[in-house]
Design a protein around this ligand. Structure first.
Ligand code: PEP
Ligand code: MG
Length: 590
């Protein structure tokens, strides 16, 4: 039966493929294809792990002390029964043989099928056996991990090159932690659907950086969609169509081809400088998460990196932080790749919906911190961990010897934070001088993402070289909307008059003070806002590389003076969104 699920569109385009349901807790299970010749070996690997766990459970049974409660013995029997039921490992064989899934993936895919059947059972006792099944699968997964050869693929994002699965795969999960998303950068999935999340939640941001269609905040997609269902993701409308009819499918395939053609057309702008009709040169920079993202940035024609979210280097490390040398290598790689163009490295911004480990937003919200967005996040965390912070500063300064590095501080709200950072920088430079290590000139900037920073900008500007406006957080904190909470996503409004006033005044004050200003939040990459920001006087935009061509197209058709004339009317309007679309369109037509 065909049906639709509605959510929040976060990454554009159409994806058509089969649903792969993954429990949030198992998103980090390795997902890769095995070669045709390896299918039987892969199944044998699964059988071996099953046998090892059978043995383990039997040993546990034998070793039970005589006074152990009878229930424990019975429980082990249940686990042995589930483990050896043909609905589990034998059925997983089908996923390996027909789809070439690796053993871990096949097992967790089958678990999702069975878990759904358990959920639908009338009998409460039987329904509760789902937890036992999950425990059994957990044991087999860990047996597989132990047996894993050192060199074999283990990460979530490995694709065997000799198997081009016929059907594209779309990931469906209740939630995906940013730390897991980053593992999917080169993954087998061509689209994402999650129950949780908002337009600028970090999961959505990573999906956008991967340039694949995604819909978040669907609330129940992971409950309604079944393993292997055919699914269409409409990343523009925020719609998910499950088991579409042939006619709907054909319509979307047509749209998919159209958008590929449009992309190819825009890609031709790559070498065209971004200069407006009235001769203003506009910098279009890239937001990156890992040094390897400089490749797509250069391909898209970025003229610098406006935001290197360094916290992604700190994730997926089982609590261990990257050493100074490791960080230095990562920053140097990005700086060298950009060949003299500026690379703006933001100091680590963990906290809020970016925990260091792979906690999902839901876990974080409910179990750990009272209000993570307002807690020990970003620069606050760095200043609370001085030795970690100095290590990061040293790594960044050392990388500055290899190119043009700018240092950006996230979530600044107090002058004292800048002063403390300046003191830390002074000490770091002294240490590098003492060690005879080279470093270059590094400009210091702050992100304007807390209303306090925007409102006290004249004071902050005296102490920094540039500012970068993080609209994702600026909107979140101005409107008191948790950016990761789908329940209030409809109130998250970039066109809100308060947001527009803070944006316009920040841009004009920075320009008047002769300081650099850019916007690196998601507004910068959405072509809907390009005219508005140009009219406000912005000349540096930083965004995902895939967004550069469409923003550049807008820039090439813009006359900044005409757009500037329209801004007062927008700022005075009670409905700035509507007014902006009307008056800015007029400025373009004339
Ligand atoms: C922002 O807040 O706009 C921003 C760019 O930072 P992040 O999205 O990483 O919080
Ligand atoms: Mg931010």
């Amino acid at each position: 039966m065909s049906f639709q699920v509605f959510g929040i569109p976060v990454s554009r385009g159409v994806a058509i493929g089969r649903a792969v349901l993954v429990a949030s807790s198992r998103v980090d299970v390795a997902h890769y294809f095995v070669a045709a010749a390896e299918v039987e070996t892969e199944f044998a690997r699964l059988l071996k792990a099953r046998d090892a766990v059978t043995q383990e459970l039997q040993d546990l049974k034998t070793d039970l002390p005589p006074d152990a409660p009878h229930e424990l013995d019975a429980l082990l029997d249940v686990h042995l029964l589930l483990l050896n039921d043909e609905a589990l490992v034998d059925a997983a064989r089908q996923w390996i043989q027909e789809r070439h899934y690796n053993a871990e993936w096949a097992l967790s895919a089958q678990l999702e099928v069975l878990a759904r059947q358990f959920d639908e059972m009338e009998d409460e006792y039987l329904r509760e056996r789902k937890a036992d099944l999950e425990q059994v699968v957990e044991r087999v997964l860990s047996a597989l991990a132990h047996a894993q050869d050192k060199g074999a693929p283990g990460a979530a994002a490995v694709v065997a090159r000799d198997f081009a699965g016929e059907d594209p795969l779309l990931l469906v999960a209740a939630d995906i932690a940013p730390a897991d998303m980053i593992q999917f950068k080169r993954s087998v999935f061509q689209g994402f659907i999650t129950d949780i999340g908002g337009k600028t939640s970090h999961t959505a941001i990573v999906a956008r950086s991967m340039d694949i269609p995604a819909v978040v905040g669907t609330r129940e997609a992971s409950r309604l969609i079944r393993q292997d269902d055919w699914v269409i993701i409409d990343g523009d409308a925020g719609t998910v169509i499950v088991n579409p009819s042939p006619i709907v499918l054909e319509e979307y395939r047509f749209r998919q081809r159209q958008s590929e053609l449009e992309r190819a057309r825009l890609a031709r702008l790559r070498h065209t400088p971004a200069i407006t009709l009235d001769g203003q040169r506009i910098e279009l920079h890239a937001n990156i998460e890992l040094p390897g993202d400089t490749g797509p940035a250069l391909e898209a024609g970025a003229t610098g990196v406006g935001l290197f979210r360094s916290e992604f280097l700190f994730m997926n490390r089982n609590g261990e932080l990257p050493s100074e040398d490791e960080q230095f290598e990562a920053y140097r790689a990005a700086v060298e790749a950009m060949r003299g163009m500026p690379v703006t490295i933001r100091t680590v911004d963990v906290g809020a919906d970016k925990p260091l480990d792979r906690m999902s937003v839901n876990e974080l919200r409910h179990e750990h911190v009272l209000n993570p967005s307002m807690g020990l996040r970003a620069i606050r965390w760095s200043l609370a961990e001085p030795s970690m912070f100095r290590q990061q500063l040293r790594a960044i300064y050392r990388a500055s010897a290899f190119g043009h590095v700018k240092l950006l501080l996230p979530m600044v709200a107090h002058l004292s934070e800048i002063r403390q950072v300046q003191e830390a920088i002074r000490r770091v430079k002294q240490q590098l001088d003492d060690a005879g290590q080279a470093y270059g000139l590094v400009e210091l900037g702050v992100m304007v993402e807390v209303p306090a920073a925007a409102l006290m900008l004249p004071l902050l500007l005296r102490h920094v070289d540039f500012i970068s406006i993080g609209t994702n957080d600026l909107i979140q904190y101005t409107l008191a909307i948790d950016r990761a909470d789908e329940a209030v996503a409809h109130l998250y409004d970039p066109w809100h008059p308060a947001v527009l006033h803070l944006l316009a005044s920040s841009i004009s004050q920075a320009r008047a003070a002769g300081k650099g200003v850019s916007v690196c939040g998601e507004m910068a990459g959405d072509a809907l806002f390009t005219d508005l920001l140009l009219g406000m006087g912005l000349n540096c935009f930083s965004m995902h590389p895939s967004q550069i061509p469409s923003v550049k197209q807008r820039v090439l058709r813009a006359d900044t003076q005409r757009l500037a004339a329209a801004i007062p009317k927008i700022l005075e309007s009670e409905e700035p969104g509507r007014t902006a679309l009307e008056v800015l369109a007029q400025q373009r037509l004339h």
